[in-house]
Structure formats: structure tokens, C-alpha cells
Write a new protein. Structure first.
Length: 377
């Protein structure tokens, strides 16, 4: 039996977001819904028992797909473990962990740590490329890239993300040798003056391995290990954190008319499969990136941001990268250099919805947004 959480502040959204089509829903406030698929006869019996105990309300149930609304989280925490329903027992255990508010333990790194308890972390972008969509060519040599890294640290970065290949829509790939020549000297130079955590933005296992040797701590793979299956070997050998992103196609093809039945559900399902495949390789140090702007139309990006809280149920830190992206330009009619304020507004929204890392070009502005978030929440 499979399960996913759907959080909504408007019950009518459920009609569009669930596979199980309900009639009129009486309750119309913020609520947690749980969609179950591949439900067996014993599962249906367990659901009926949960409703009798006033823990859940059955919104709809048809054959193997059911939708339940959580009525009382406190009763859920105190409820029977349901040992006689093994599939449901596992699902209920995950729910209890989520509603207990279990805090993510800090992750020690080779350099520093990821302190999840300090509020959203800010990841400053260092593109050592001639063709990135926002700052391509500005930091295309070691000296300028290192100076930019210093500035990002001074402005409040908790992590630096260093990349040597553009992933903008339509970008052409670069060779492994060219990418190494771009990023390795920059990582080594930063390590001479700072112990800030560094992530290497690459989908190539050879580049990731050399970057880790040079002083990087985290792998940021836009393909989620899909483009280079040897990346899993690097994870197993190095036991380092990895950021897995959702993307349709490749940077060159990803914006060729992407379509989804339900983008949130499909990204959620992708993450579940990736977690199952990768968690044992690096002690579960996985960060999830829904891939805003990567193989998504405007409406897909907005839906992912609006429903970002759903992904928190998976139990892994969430990274959001919206900085200066084209969906902001399409929405507001702004050029790349005019998107700083719009970026800040959406980054603050992502913090409110549970994002643990904000990946951004504009670190000073993101730090201001974080200060507001901490003061209010």
C-alpha cells in the first residue's frame, strides 16, 4: 500500500489534487489529507476502524484508491499501533513521526556541519561558467570566482554551491575535463581561507569525486544520479550528503512542452523512489530539490511552490531554488536583472512552507528574508 500526504488550506483543492474523486466536502479549512493507493480488503477494514475511532474521516474510497482526512492528530499519536494490519502500521508510524515534530539531527561534514536547527540555511551560487542564465561569464576565472565566494560568505552564506556547467534551458553539455578545470582550482582556493560547507553542482561522478578530494562536502546532482549511474558508487564510497533534483529530460530538452497530470504527485513519487534507492548508500543524508524551472511550465512551478509543504512528510530536508528564474519573468514581465525583489518574496514563501535550504544568487537579500522569517515564526 502506498501513501502520500496532501496539505491544503482549501478543501476544494482536493478535487484537483487527489486521484480519488470526492463529492462535496463539508469541512473547508486547513487540513492534512492522506491518499492511499493499492489498498487491499484488509486495508479498507482498517480505514473503517480508524473512522470509528474518530481519527480520520473517509472522504472517498473506490476499489484500491482511498482518501482520508486527519481529524485529530493527538488521537493519532495515542492510537493503537495496528499490529494486525502490517501495511497500515508502517503508514501510521510515518504519520506519528511527522506529527511528533521530530527534528532533523545536524549533519557533520568534513568542513563544518549542516545545522538544521538554526533555521533555513542559505546556499550562495558560484557559477564558474561562461553561459549560466543569470551571471554567466561574470566569474569565469579563478580569481573572480573566489572573490565572489568571499563576498557571498560575508553576506551570510551557510553553504557555497560551485558549478562548472550551465544547466539553463537549452544549455549544451561540457566535457568532464573542462568542468574539472573550472571548478577544482576554485574549491582549492576557497579552502585556503574558509571551512564553509561546499557543494559541487555536477551530475558527473568523476567531477564529484575530484571535487570531494579538493575540499567539497556535498554533491548537488540535477539528475538525481540518473545521468551517471556511477554517482551511486561515489555516494557509497564517500558517505557524503547528496541533493537530488527532479527534472524532465536534460537541460537542452527539458522545456520542450513538459506535461504532468499532477506535478506535485509525480515529483513526490520520484522522491520516494530515489530515497528508497539511495538512502542506504550515505546514511540517509539526502536533500530534496523539486527542480523549479527544470522541465516545468509556469503553472507547474507555481503548484510546486504552493504545495511545497507536502514534501515535508517524506522526512528529508527540502531545498528551494527560485533565484531569478524565468517563471518570475513570465509571471511579472521582468528581465533577469530585475527579478531580485520577486526572488526574495518567493524565497520567504518557501521558508514559511518548510524549505530547509534556499539556493540563491542574492545572498544578502535572502539573509534579510530569513531574519524576517525568524522574527515572525
Amino acid at each position: 500500500m502506498k501513501m502520500r500526504m496532501i496539505y491544503t488550506e482549501n478543501a476544494q483543492d482536493i478535487h484537483a489534487r487527489s486521484l480519488c474523486k470526492a463529492g462535496k466536502i463539508q469541512f473547508d479549512g486547513p487540513a492534512f489529507y492522506f491518499e492511499f493507493t493499492d489498498v487491499t480488503r484488509t486495508g479498507r477494514q482498517a480505514f473503517e476502524r480508524l473512522t470509528r475511532e474518530m481519527i480520520f474521516e473517509i472522504i472517498c474510497g473506490a476499489d484500491s484508491t482511498w482518501l482520508l482526512r486527519l481529524i485529530d492528530p493527538q488521537k493519532l499519536l495515542q492510537s493503537d499501533p495496528y499490529d494486525d494490519f502490517p501495511d497500515l502500521k508502517l503508514c501510521l508510524s510515518r504519520m506519528r513521526e511527522f506529527f511528533k515534530g521530530r527534528k532533523q539531527a545536524n549533519w557533520p561534514l568534513r568542513h563544518g556541519m549542516l545545522n538544521w536547527g538554526s533555521g533555513p540555511l542559505i546556499m550562495g551560487i558560484v557559477n564558474v561558467t561562461p553561459d549560466s542564465f543569470s551571471d554567466g561569464g561574470k566569474y569565469n576565472n579563478v580569481d573572480s570566482a573566489v572573490e565572489h565566494a568571499r563576498r557571498l560568505i560575508d553576506e551570510g552564506s551557510d553553504i557555497l554551491d560551485i558549478g562548472g556547467e550551465s544547466s539553463r534551458p537549452g544549455a549544451e553539455p561540457v566535457s568532464r575535463e573542462e568542468e574539472l578545470q573550472r571548478v577544482i582550482p576554485v574549491i582549492r582556493a576557497i579552502r585556503r581561507f574558509s571551512d564553509i560547507p561546499i557543494s559541487i553542482d555536477t551530475y558527473k561522478s568523476a567531477v564529484a569525486r575530484e571535487a570531494l578530494k579538493a575540499g567539497a562536502d556535498i554533491i548537488n546532482d540535477i539528475s538525481g544520479t540518473e545521468f551517471d549511474t556511477d554517482m551511486a558508487t561515489v555516494l557509497r564510497e564517500e558517505r557524503c550528503p547528496i541533493i537530488i533534483m527532479h527534472m524532465r529530460g536534460t537541460p537542452r530538452t527539458m522545456q520542450d512542452a513538459p506535461e504532468y497530470r499532477d506535478v506535485v504527485a509525480e515529483v513526490y513519487d520520484y522522491f520516494e523512489k530515489k530515497i528508497k534507492h539511495l538512502a542506504a548508500l550515505n546514511d540517509g543524508q539526502i536533500i530534496l530539490d523539486p527542480g523549479i524551472g527544470f522541465g516545468k511550465r509556469l503553472e507547474h512551478n507555481l503548484s510546486l511552490i504552493r504545495n511545497m509543504r507536502d514534501f515535508s512528510f517524506l522526512g528529508y530536508p527540502l531545498l528551494t531554488g527560485v533565484s531569478r528564474k524565468s517563471f518570475l519573468g513570465h509571471l511579472l514581465g521582468l528581465k533577469v536583472e530585475e527579478r531580485t525583489y520577486a526572488t526574495k518574496y518567493v524565497e520567504l514563501t518557501a521558508m514559511i512552507k518548510g524549505s530547509a535550504i534556499i539556493r540563491t544568487h542574492d545572498v544578502r537579500e535572502a539573509a534579510e528574508a530569513r531574519a524576517i522569517f525568524r522574527a515572525l515564526f
